[in-house]
Write a new protein. Structure first.
Length: 351
């Protein structure tokens, strides 16, 4: 509907779409600052105090994201304390792992690298939130920057913008990472996307242009054939992690989708393999820890020690930059799910 016709029908656009600052007031989340975004049937929350990561994500009242046992929480003293950091991993639609380490904690050259790094609990600065007409589109946008820095150490800046447009059931995340130091700096980055119930349920399918898949470890071996189909919850089932080789377009784009045929709903994730050449799948069917993780990354799931040993640790030069764009789109209806299947098949068919 055109702007003029839409404004005939509402007194304020906030009747249909808005972005509002909120502060939580109880439990582990007490004091946590965030932005609530509503775009028609699409609703999500952006955590200002935690890297502008997206926590809750719903569409027409159906939840798409996983939330771990500790629940919603702000920043904690144990966020970057080795394996103890696992107590602060909430899930949400996604959290950002990096910038010095992803995956398991490690200690190298007498320096500690916590689990999934430090950036995921770094609060944002230079915050901006707006709902504004840009020509014919009503755009809801949240932006800010996070700095990961140390005296005599790194000085890395992540500038993030998250936007959606009224009438579209999609969210675009644009990240620009800059090395503001005078030496090359390691850059490890993983987008930890966490799909949960009710979108995730028995029979939910992971659709991806996968050319090959291998298990990360012994626990995952023997389960590769079921990588694309979710089982029902099982008590005390171990987690499985699979490493995918994804096909891509000639422009280095690829996509993965999570499809729930029973609900006729899905989530489509599109990104570029240029800066994110790795893709891992985290599959947990354990009761109470029921989640499917999608993990586009610029580094291996084996983490920093692997790349240090192999001599393949990615670096940004002084004042060098990299930009990543990830687009999350809701798939609503059988036609949308079928179109996603065709997209993936077309990517696999490319030479």
């Amino acid at each position: 509907m055109k702007k003029e016709e839409l404004l005939r029908r509402v007194g304020s656009m906030q009747q249909l779409a808005y972005v509002r600052p909120v502060t939580y007031s109880e439990g582990r989340a007490s004091g946590l600052k965030a932005y609530e975004v509503k775009n028609g049937p699409l609703h999500y929350k952006v955590l200002a105090d935690k890297c502008l990561d997206v926590e809750e994500f719903t569409y027409k009242g159906v939840g798409f994201n996983f939330l771990s046992k500790p629940g919603l929480q702000g920043r904690n003293h144990y966020d970057t304390n080795g394996q103890e950091a696992q107590r602060s991993i909430m899930g949400g639609l996604f959290f950002t792992a990096g910038l010095e380490n992803i995956c398991a904690p490690c200690r190298l050259n007498e320096k500690d690298y916590p689990m999934h790094g430090r950036i995921r609990t770094t609060p944002a600065e230079h915050l901006q939130a707006d709902g504004v007409w840009e020509e014919a589109d009503y755009v809801l946008r949240v932006s800010g920057e996070m700095r990961e820095a140390e005296l005599f150490g790194e000085n890395m800046v992540l500038r993030r913008s998250i936007e959606t447009r009224y009438g579209e059931a999609s969210v675009t995340v644009t990240d620009r990472i800059e090395n503001q130091s005078y030496r090359p700096e390691p850059l490890m980055l993983l987008y930890h996307i966490n799909i949960g119930y009710p979108l995730l349920d028995e029979g939910t399918e992971l659709l991806a242009p996968t050319r090959s898949v291998k298990a990360r470890d012994k626990a995952s071996e023997g389960h590769e054939s079921g990588w694309n189909r979710m089982d029902g919850p099982k008590d005390n089932e171990p987690e499985y992690v699979f490493i995918h080789d994804l096909a891509r377009t000639k422009g280095d784009r690829t996509l993965v989708c999570v499809l729930n045929e029973k609900l006729s709903l899905g989530l489509r994730l599109e990104f570029s393999c240029k800066n994110l050449p790795y893709f891992m799948e985290w599959k947990s069917t354990a009761s109470g820890d029921y989640v499917l993780g999608l993990e586009p990354a610029n580094s291996s799931v084996y983490g920093r020690p692997f790349h240090e040993t192999e001599g393949t640790l990615h670096h940004l030069p002084p004042f060098g930059t990299e930009t990543n764009v990830l687009k999350f789109s809701v798939l609503d209806g059988t036609e949308a799910l079928a179109a996603a299947r065709k997209e993936v098949a077309d990517i696999l068919a490319q030479k």
